[in-house]
Design a protein around this ligand. Structure first.
Ligand SMILES: Cc1cc2nc3c(=O)[nH]c(=O)nc-3n(C[C@H](O)[C@H](O)[C@H](O)COP(=O)(O)OP(=O)(O)OC[C@H]3O[C@@H](n4cnc5c(N)ncnc54)[C@H](O)[C@@H]3O)c2cc1C
Length: 431
């Protein structure tokens, strides 16, 4: 590694201009801080490709506060929160009569979402977006992170000094690793492939569908441009790996032809190439330490089958802005470190339970008795169906969503169903 040439000083250096980094730079810049947003790709349209891009409804508030919900809707993002099928039937959460419709996530391609968020950050006074700049060194002094060194495409290196470095460089964050915040990995036993299809008849009212085939999973999301994003996520057996490697389109079509109420792909054409991951891991690390905070995938990579990562990236960026921005403005390392601790606790309180549950299901295990109870009851009871919908949005901590009262209600619903079935079977005495 060569020595760095010039030195630039900022209040904050954000590394990575994906959803997490762009949102963090926007929220911090709006408070009057001087922010450098460093992105290694030189392409202004750069975006992540390996992503099925459902933005969960738990992030809608953050999108509103960023001021881009309408722009995303105009880009054509249909509602994304899915109806869910299990062997007990369809769970179709709907609003109560007289109530506004349920909050719905959005499904807009990353090719549109990432540049929109990046442009928002770049247009925020105080934020300077530098592209084609890859961070490969983290500076520390007296136990705290004090900046980064980045390599430009012409080989030149610049030192960026800052009171706060934000690692927003995605999965397996190099910046967090270099800063001594290693990730703990959790196994993920499914593979996932997805592709866009044109010419799929809309036989589900434009609503997304998810199949939890216990333990395999699949979904069909209407996407902007009138195309349907179809994804399948079976257990990663040797046979499945071989079949998906050989012909992913054939496998996607085969799986979706077999699911109940699946999309009719017989006359549909695949658009572009399938995207897929044969092996990934879930990861989590300390979300902050003196002088550094991690947002988005740099802090936590949860199982993609639940479509939560973009929402987590946007929301963690907002928590960082809210909790740490004022401390940066006020000055003083101790104040900043206390604010970083608060950010770390908020991250854990809001997301650790969801992460734990997602990891447990990512092992490929079958439904647990409480899951069977809830999925079975949600088919017949709208209160439970609506709570499952909220659970899908991950907007609140797990313990506020999966309460004993909910399980008790599910048990009562199931018991009532069993009674009715027994009653229907009992022969009526005659004579
Ligand atoms: C198969 C699959 C399907 C998924 N589907 C969904 C879904 O439906 N819904 C959902 O919400 N989430 C989904 N996700 C997860 C989602 O893609 C991520 O959670 C999300 O991209 C995280 O955003 P981020 O900003 O943290 O990181 P990223 O989007 O990864 O952005 C990181 C940025 O940092 C830049 N960068 C990296 N290293 C450096 C460096 N050294 N210097 C400068 N810049 C750097 C990169 O170029 C990139 O622009 C899926 C993931 C996978 C694998």
């Amino acid at each position: 590694m060569g020595t760095a040439g010039s030195t630039e000083s900022y209040d904050v250096v954000v590394v990575g201009a994906g959803p997490g980094g762009s949102a963090a730079a926007t929220f911090l810049g709006r408070q009057g801080l001087r922010v450098a947003l460093l992105e290694k790709s030189p392409d202004p349209e750069h975006h992540k490709t390996l992503c099925t891009h459902e933005i969960s409804d738990g992030a809608l508030g953050t999108l509103d506060r960023l001021g881009i919900t309408d722009a995303l809707r105009e880009l054509g993002g249909p509602h994304a929160s899915p109806d869910v099928w299990t062997r007990y039937g369809w769970i179709r959460p709907r609003a109560e009569a007289g109530e506004p419709p349920l909050e719905q996530g959005l499904n807009v391609r990353r090719a549109k979402v990432d540049p929109l968020l990046r442009a928002l950050a770049a247009g925020t006074p105080g934020v300077e977006l530098l592209t084609g700049v890859a961070v490969d060194e983290v500076l520390t002094a007296e136990g705290r992170v004090t900046g980064v060194v980045a390599r430009h495409r012409d080989g030149e290196r610049t030192r960026f000094a800052a009171r706060l470095v934000v690692a927003a460089d995605g999965r397996s964050s190099r910046v967090a690793d270099l800063a001594g915040l290693p990730a703990k990995e959790r196994r993920h036993e499914r593979l996932g492939y997805a592709a866009y299809f044109a010419g799929v008849p809309d036989d589900h009212g434009g609503v997304s569908r998810m199949w939890l085939n216990d333990p395999d999973a699949a979904y069909a999301f209407p996407t902007d441009g009138g195309e349907m994003l179809c994804a399948v996520m079976p257990l990663r057996t040797d046979e499945a790996v071989a079949a998906f490697r050989t012909d992913p389109e054939r496998e996607i079509r085969r799986v979706l032809a077999d699911v109940p109420g699946g999309p009719d792909l017989s006359g549909a054409t695949m658009v572009g190439k399938p995207i897929g991951a044969l092996k990934v891991t879930n990861q989590r690390r300390r979300a902050a330490a003196p002088g550094i905070a991690c947002v988005g995938d740099a802090a936590m990579v949860s199982d993609y089958i639940w479509g939560t990562g973009i929402g987590y990236a946007l929301r963690s960026a907002e928590w960082l802005g809210e909790l740490v921005g004022p401390a940066l403005l006020a000055g003083g390392d101790r104040r900043l470190d206390r604010a970083l601790q608060r950010y770390r606790f908020r991250h854990g309180r809001m997301l650790a339970g969801h992460y734990w549950m997602a990891n447990d299901y990512a092992t490929g295990r079958r439904f647990t008795p409480p899951e069977r109870l809830l999925y079975g009851a949600a088919v017949h009871d709208q209160t439970i169906a609506r709570r499952m919908h909220e659970m899908g949005g991950r907007g609140r901590p797990v313990e506020q969503l999966l309460t004993p009262a909910l399980l008790f209600r599910a048990a009562r619903v199931r018991a009532g169903l069993a009674r009715r079935r027994r009653h229907q079977r009992t022969p009526v005495a005659t004579g």
